[in-house]
Design a protein around this ligand. Structure first.
Ligand SMILES: NC(=O)c1ccc[n+]([C@@H]2O[C@H](COP(=O)([O-])OP(=O)(O)OC[C@H]3O[C@@H](n4cnc5c(N)ncnc54)[C@H](OP(=O)(O)O)[C@@H]3O)[C@@H](O)[C@H]2O)c1
Length: 436
């Protein structure tokens, strides 16, 4: 039996899941690949934190070089996370001819454009199914199952923590701060939640999906990123009342003039499938010119779901290796020489419908002042809502616009913020009425 020797870097949530799958599913993996995937060594900062896994002959070390520089390792699994030392370690592994599997979306989003050519030059595989949407095999789908399609749009819920927070805010009628605190206590949010709630994690994933779908290297600087900190319980209540849900969506669109890459809170119709994706679940929707829109739903994180994707990459490497082939499927779908950079459409040119929330003094004439400014910027309204009376505090004024440009919205809101009656910075949330 041919043997592929595996070394794992990092022994945290995902590392543990990978080790467990390799140790318990060896026979099944062997039946499927014709190769024995032998776990040789795990290198991590604190090897003493082994938990209760029976590792048998597997070596546990704090020396990362015992994986990346070792003669007896063929494939390196990187589940340390972060940019360094992960980047240097993977470069070293690829230079010494080792295949690499990683779950590290941050690293690929920032340095994929350097790592992929390095893998190609060294005739190594660089696989990263687990980096996007955990157990959902979306990278394989984009590269292989939808390979016949021109893809002009994909969107999805790419961060389970944000989706959990937004779901809980709606179901419990609680504020962002309260739900975040609770999510941290339950382990659904990190102690430092900024990567998740500020949209950065979703943006890392979006830029990888867009690179594969559109045929470019990932360029993280192209993504417009807004998180969910400014989504209030008032927004959630009003969205519900008007027949919408608020979701943090990653959206990638391309047309002849360029691409739009954005992570943003978005109002979606309550009847849409994306609205029904709740809690920690992820979902990705892809529009291919031949296939139409297809949807992929599942667990986007967690020990076993993420490990499932990592080990699937190991299986693919084993299958390729058994028949003497490498680089069968290019990392970003198109061959490196065919990847192109796309112009990015300026945010000012984006067009769509908008939800607006103002906090205004409750006195006659305020609505007329606000609508006058909107009309001066050619913004017409689909709906206006104002509830509650308050002699002292501001009351919310909620409006939904017809399609307009982002430039007009920003100019109008700047002017509206200067009105005497307006007591807080106006907020807007984009609406995507045509999601499925
Ligand atoms: N968790 C998920 O559900 C999930 C889902 C998809 C993708 N990912 C990605 O998978 C990767 C790993 O995530 P995770 O949740 O498993 O992280 P984690 O639980 O924090 O585990 C990281 C592991 O790497 C070790 N480590 C960190 N820095 C190190 C260093 N400089 N040298 C040696 N060891 C180091 C840690 O050791 P110590 O414990 O001693 O610090 C720990 O064993 C990340 O790129 C993440 O984005 C995670």
């Amino acid at each position: 039996m041919q043997e592929l020797r595996v070394g794992v870097l990092g022994f945290g949530v995902v590392g543990r899941g990978v080790v467990e799958l390799l140790l318990t599913q060896g026979a099944l993996l062997q039946q499927r690949t014709g190769v024995r995937l032998r776990l040789v060594r795990i290198a991590t900062r604190t090897p003493s934190r082994n938990g209760d896994l029976a590792l048998g002959e597997v070596e546990l070390t704090d020396d990362l070089q015992r994986v990346v520089a070792a003669e007896d390792i063929d494939v390196v699994v990187e589940v340390i996370g972060g940019l360094e030392p992960a980047r240097s370690l993977l470069e070293q592994a690829l230079r010494s001819g080792k295949h690499v599997v990683t779950a590290n979306k941050a690293l690929l989003a920032m340095h994929g454009a350097d790592l992929v050519p390095l893998a190609v030059a060294n005739r190594c595989e660089l696989m990263f199914e687990a980096a996007v949407a955990g157990a959902i095999p979306i990278i394989k789908v984009l590269r292989e199952s939808l390979a016949a399609n021109r893809i002009d749009q994909l969107y999805g819920i790419l961060n389970g923590t944000c989706n959990y927070i937004l779901t809980e805010m709606r179901e419990r009628g609680s504020s962002f701060a309260d739900v975040l605190r609770d999510a941290q206590a339950k382990g659904f949010a990190e102690a430092d939640p900024s990567f998740d709630v500020d949209g950065i994690d979703a943006a890392h994933k979006l830029v990888l999906l867009a690179a594969i779908a559109f045929g470019s290297y990932p360029d993280f600087s192209q993504v417009h990123i807004e998180g969910i900190r400014h989504v209030s319980d008032v927004d959630i209540q009003w969205a519900t009342e008007m027949g919408y849900r608020i979701k943090l969506l990653g959206i990638a669109k391309q047309d002849a003039e360029g691409v739009e890459l954005r992570v943003q809170p978005t109002l979606v119709p309550v009847s849409s499938m994306v609205a029904s994706v709740e809690g920690v679940y992820n979902a990705v929707f892809v529009r291919g010119h031949a296939a139409g829109t297809t949807m992929y739903h599942g667990r986007g994180a967690g020990e076993r779901p993420t490990a499932s994707a990592v080990v699937a990459d190991l299986v693919e490497i084993a299958r390729n290796w058994r028949v003497g082939c490498v680089g069968r499927v290019a990392a970003f779908s198109c061959l490196s020489e065919n990847l192109r950079a796309f112009p990015v459409r300026a945010t000012d040119e984006w067009r769509g419908e908008y939800y607006l929330r103002l906090a205004v003094a409750d006195r006659p004439g305020v609505l007329a002042e606000v609508t006058r400014v909107l009309a001066e910027h050619q913004i017409s309204l689909d709906a206006i809502h104002q509830k509650g009376r308050s002699a002292v505090a501001a009351v919310p004024l909620i409006m939904v616009t017809h399609a307009t440009t982002e430039r007009q919205i920003r100019l109008a809101l700047r002017e509206i913020e200067g009105l005497d009656a307006v007591q807080e910075t106006p907020r807007f949330i984009r609406i995507e009425p045509s999601v499925v």
